[in-house]
Design a binder for this molecule. Structure first.
Ligand SMILES: *Cc1c(COP(=O)(O)O)cnc(C)c1O
Length: 370
């Protein structure tokens, strides 16, 4: 298009951009294979759904959707601030953590600035830095598929503006311990922004050595959390960040005025009030992980123990991962292959309901090469 233009239509970094590829939808799998039942275990959603309080709140909010939403998400920010012992001025709410990451990229990068993260982590950060044309350097993970914080700290240079750490990490499920985090922070220049993406915070918060990035007292830490995972609101698109008020003030300037939607704000507020639902969800995931580990041990499949709501399987080869994934898909079990994360021989399995996990096991036994 517009080939005769003197100057290119889009920047080089947009021409070469690899967009985020989402997991398969139920409708896609239904249309392609029409399986008797579908277990969607590809996108780390909460397979229990969401709190019933959400339905009620959204029903009520629906009556007011001819009005613009509160652009400052005041009620929700107040609730998040209270729960975390900070002021609403320390909180920003946006259309998912992905939007928060986009806001970070819009707000803080000068043209010469660089970002730093692990080779194996949430692809959303790669995409958003690329969209902004930011140079992103990636450090290999350790043999245990963990963030190598020592190597990341050593890779910091004068241009490093931001370090991104998903904790627990996606897709590995591994986490950085309190001790590792503290050693890392004390080795960094204090003006490097450290983004702690805690999308799976709820699943890990009870571990005694999981670092609380909010109470650590570092002014350069930005904590990201989301309603998409444990709260079961992925379709509503609500996430938030907690940080020093000066950082939040800058971020509020670049957020889209009316994100998240009014329904999203209402849903998140209602979900946030139902801790019982979260506890039940966490219990389901804990039990589901134990059950999956035993199953994988029994069938000699390697995996990485996880602090999140998914488990990464390590298959002997890329080919085996591909054929396993495809055969499971045809059985109606949607899993996530990980070539985009740099792990073509690995498959990520979200922990679902008991019924989902039975389906996974039965299908696995059916398709596995004996
Ligand atoms: C799922 C996930 C997100 C996406 O969250 P949204 O709030 O739905 O945009 C962010 N970070 C990590 C590490 C994730 O796994």
């Amino acid at each position: 298009m517009f080939e005769d233009r003197q100057r290119p239509l889009v920047p080089q970094y947009i021409q070469t951009l690899k967009p985020y590829v989402a997991g398969k939808t139920i409708a896609e799998v239904d249309a392609a294979y029409n399986p008797s039942r579908i277990a969607k275990l590809a996108s780390n959603e909460n397979r229990m759904g969401h709190s019933p309080m959400v339905d009620k709140a959204v029903g009520e909010a629906l009556a007011h959707t001819h009005n613009y939403p509160d652009s400052f998400s005041r009620e929700l920010r107040q609730a998040i601030a209270e729960r975390n012992g900070v002021s609403p001025a320390n909180v920003i709410v946006a259309a998912g953590s992905e939007s928060i990451i986009a806001i970070l990229c819009r707000t803080f990068f000068l043209n010469t600035d660089e970002a730093l993260t692990a080779e194996v982590t949430f692809v959303g950060f790669f995409v958003q830095t690329n969209i902004r044309g930011v140079r992103l350097r990636k450090v290999p993970v350790t043999e245990e598929y963990k963030y190598d914080l020592t190597a990341i700290a050593e890779a910091v240079n004068d241009y490093t503006k931001m370090i991104y750490i998903a904790n627990p990490n996606n897709p590995t499920g591994t986490y950085v311990s309190k001790q590792e985090f503290e050693r890392f922070m004390s080795s960094l220049p204090s003006d490097v922004l450290v983004v702690m993406d805690e999308a799976y915070f709820e699943y890990a918060r009870h571990y005694t050595d999981y670092p609380d990035s909010l109470s650590c007292g570092y002014e350069n830490v930005i904590t990201l959390r989301t309603f998409s995972k444990a709260y079961g609101l992925a379709g509503f698109r609500v996430g938030y960040a907690i940080a020093h008020r000066d950082l939040i003030t800058y971020m509020l300037k670049t957020k889209l005025t009316f994100e998240p939607t009014a329904l999203g704000q209402a849903a998140a507020l209602a979900a946030y009030g139902d801790e019982d639902f979260i506890e039940k969800s966490l219990q389901l995931v804990e039990e589901g992980k134990k059950r999956l580990y035993s199953f994988l041990d029994l069938h000699n499949v390697s995996y990485v123990p996880s602090a999140a709501n998914s488990v990464m399987l390590i298959l002997p080869s890329e080919q085996e991962a591909e054929s396993m994934n495809q055969a499971m898909l045809e059985e109606g079990v949607i899993l996530r292959r990980l070539p985009a994360f740099g792990l073509p021989h690995c498959i990520r399995v979200t922990i679902g309901t008991d019924e989902d996990m039975v389906r996974f096991e039965e299908s696995f036994c059916k398709v596995a090469v004996h």
